[in-house]
Design a protein around this ligand. Sequence first.
Ligand SMILES: [Zn+2]
Length: 243
Amino acid sequence: MNAQPAAQRRLLDLAELDLRIRQAEHARTNPTQAERVRELIAQRQELTRELTARQGARDDLRTELGRIEADVAVVDARRQRDEQRLTTVTNPKDAQGLESELASLARRKSDLEDAELEVMEKLETAEAAVAEAEGRLAEVNDEGARLSAEAKTAVADATTQVEQATRDRAAVASDLPAELVELYERAAQRSAGAALLRRQTCEGCRMVLSGTDLAAVRTAAEDAVVTCPECGCILVRTEESGL
Ligand SMILES: [Zn+2]
């Protein structure tokens, strides 16, 4: 088919706008932050599991500590009661019995205090482990929130670009012969659609035209629409074409 060289050159604008629309469309549906956000979601699940396990371990230690403290209170109450009785008891045998019980209560209390100390140390470690997991989870959540906000802005920008480029494309296409646009669109399904022939090279596929192909392009009428023998896109000829 034939078309004015100026109209053929406008096809380069159309191809450029189509490329811009595709890129903006890709940016809109696949914001660069998406992959990292997916990673962070996986990390958050992992960390939440870890945190729950650590909180469980800490709570068990708190329960254990509470039990020991209750036992200490029982021992203290009995000691107080025995000491009180000892001041009023007159029978030496009863007094001996109370003293022996007091000695055993003192040993029991000392054992309980050792156990209490041990659990308190473990609890301190467990609480630090919970705080550490909470800190990491907060970092992941912060990064996730920041990237999600960035992605939202990027998607909004890309949507604006798609809309703008689509309007520009419609304006360019409406100025061109419908047949030429159709030919371009058919070619665009498997190639750049239209590309500059620069220094004997198709800029759509980077192929250097061979002697015969070049001769055919050279002898074609100025308004003839020629295509790249390699990729099939419309070859736009200018003074840079090297013909
Ligand atoms: Zn080509």
